[in-house]
Design a binder for this molecule. Structure first.
Ligand SMILES: CC(C)(COP(=O)(O)OP(=O)(O)OC[C@H]1O[C@@H](n2cnc3c(N)ncnc32)[C@H](O)[C@@H]1OP(=O)(O)O)[C@@H](O)C(=O)NCCC(=O)NCCS
Length: 166
């Protein structure tokens, strides 16, 4: 593995990021079929990501941050919000299977927090499926507070809701 760099996703990265995101969701056991189908065919398509990045205007921020190993994307983190409103909604963090358990996800999460704090957000918030045994310990390690449990939530799955003052 070369040196991992953390960079904003560019237009040139979108197709690769979309492929990685769709591959990860397809092979992650915590998501049920309805969730997998939704993310594969809608939110993780190159067209959706491109549209999201075009929507950045005024104080509205949409962030797609990538951990890159040369030209290869090792991990992606995404989220959105308006700094003056305070809360950055952290939507996704996913690491390519080839780069797991090497500290890439943790580093990307920490750099995302530093970036959004610099933009003026005071808090980050996110959710996880309660059975996500990779993401739950990662959020705990990053210092997130488990604010509550949402039963029968998105796609009828159970979720934890997390927040952290940054
Ligand atoms: C969750 C995910 C992003 C972690 O990425 P990663 O780059 O492998 O994570 P890191 O190597 O930075 O690990 C940091 C910490 O996360 C936790 N962690 C990560 N993978 C874990 C696993 N398989 N089992 C238990 N804890 C794990 C540990 O606390 C770890 O710290 P440690 O190595 O000191 O024990 C990755 O497993 C993934 O992409 N999963 C599928 C997509 C997903 O579910 N994303 C979360 C959506 S809410």
């Amino acid at each position: 593995m070369n040196q991992i760099t953390i960079e904003l996703l560019t237009e040139d990265d979108i197709e690769q990021a979309s492929l990685l995101m769709r591959e990860v969701i397809s092979n992650t056991p915590y998501y049920n079929d309805a969730a997998k189908n939704f993310f594969r065919t809608r939110l993780f398509t190159a067209g959706w990501i491109r549209d999201q990045l075009k929507q950045v205007s005024g104080d509205w921020r949409v962030i797609y941050l990538a951990a890159k190993d040369g030209d290869r994307i090792a991990a992606v983190a995404t989220g959105w919000g308006v700094p003056a409103d305070g809360v950055f909604v952290w939507e996704w963090l996913l690491t390519s299977p080839d780069y797991r358990r090497q500290g890439v996800g943790e580093r990307l999460g920490r750099e995302l927090e530093t970036m959004v704090k610099g933009l003026g957000f005071h808090k980050a918030a996110c959710d996880t499926r309660t059975n996500n045994t990779e993401s739950v310990p990662l959020l705990e390690k990053l210092g997130y507070h488990r604010a509550g449990e949402l039963k029968d939530h998105w796609f009828h799955q159970d979720f934890y809701f997390w927040d952290k003052l940054i």
